[in-house]
Unconditional design. Structure first.
Length: 284
């Protein structure tokens, strides 16, 4: 069984009127290679005629964003020409690669009508060989994401990427990232096998889980040692987990704002390229 190295509490970090908990990085953990950043927005309820999400046009380079829409929706638009509205239960996967500009706001319907909102955005690093690869974006709705069930239906897993029980995830990760959101009913139990060399990303969205004998409460991230290949997860109340794992890249990580590269020089180049229009044009 894997042992837990440390449990990290997400930091409350609101953005305007958007409730936000930052699970990574915090004062106690910088990143868990290759997982770089996680913002947990909500849960909260927006009134009708609200301002919606505040993430207007901004650039990225050198990483991927995976966005989980648990409640509410996201209207995505980017400088590569992609546009979509992904609703509750859906997921967006964007590879920034060599650079693009995107906006993530609420749909006109959500702004007019309001409603519950809860969204997770995870940043996953790209290795040096892919940092300047062509950008891409894929958005999928709830019904396009494979669902697996365990423990006589008391555990439901939405398979985002990777393989589990011969089922392939909704998205293909070129770097072999496994990601799943997992829903537990009270008393549910799940056994998961994970290669020893993989880093684990274990964030409890809500509820409380006992993993390998240790309790992890909502809004907490468990960091594991690389000393085993199995997790035994038990739920106390209804609980939701974001589980990821991957081989670490073991490369230098230099990040500044929306750019994640391997050197300071590459960060400076990213800013120069953005200012000179190499990330594409934005037609708002």
């Amino acid at each position: 069984m894997r042992s837990i190295k440390r449990i990290h509490e997400a930091a409350y970090s609101p953005i305007a009127d958007l409730v936000t908990y930052r699970a990574l990085p915090t004062q106690s953990v910088e990143y868990i290679d290759p997982f770089l950043f996680l913002n947990h927005h909500g849960p909260q309820v927006y009134a009708p005629h609200n301002h919606g999400l505040p993430f207007g046009p901004h650039p990225h380079r050198g990483m991927e964003t995976v966005t989980f829409i648990l409640e509410g929706d996201i209207a995505h638009k980017d400088s590569s020409g992609h546009e979509s509205v992904i609703k509750a239960g859906g997921v967006q996967w964007m590879r920034a690669g060599s650079g693009l500009i995107h906006a993530e706001v609420s749909s006109e319907e959500f702004i007019d009508e309001g409603g519950p909102l809860e969204i997770l955005q995870l940043w996953v690093n790209l290795p040096a060989r892919l940092k300047m690869a062509n950008p891409y974006y894929v958005g999928k709705q709830r019904e396009e994401i494979p669902v697996l069930q365990f423990d006589e239906g008391k555990v439901t897993a939405n398979l985002i990427s990777g393989k589990w029980q011969n089922t392939s995830g909704a998205f293909e990760s070129e770097t072999g990232i496994f990601l799943s959101t997992i829903y537990f009913k009270p008393g549910a139990k799940l056994e998961v096998e994970i290669p020893d060399a993989h880093q684990i990303f274990f964030y409890v969205i809500s509820g409380e889980l006992i993993v390998n004998g240790t309790a992890v409460r909502s809004l907490h991230l468990a960091e594991f040692n690389n000393d085993g290949n199995s997790l035994t997860i038990e739920a106390k109340p209804n609980s939701v987990l974001l589980l990821g794992h991957a081989m670490p890249f073991n490369e230098p990580v230099v990040s500044h704002g929306p750019f994640v590269m391997n050197t300071e020089e590459e960060i400076m180049q990213a800013y120069d390229d953005y200012r000179s229009g190499k990330f594409g044009s934005w037609n708002g």
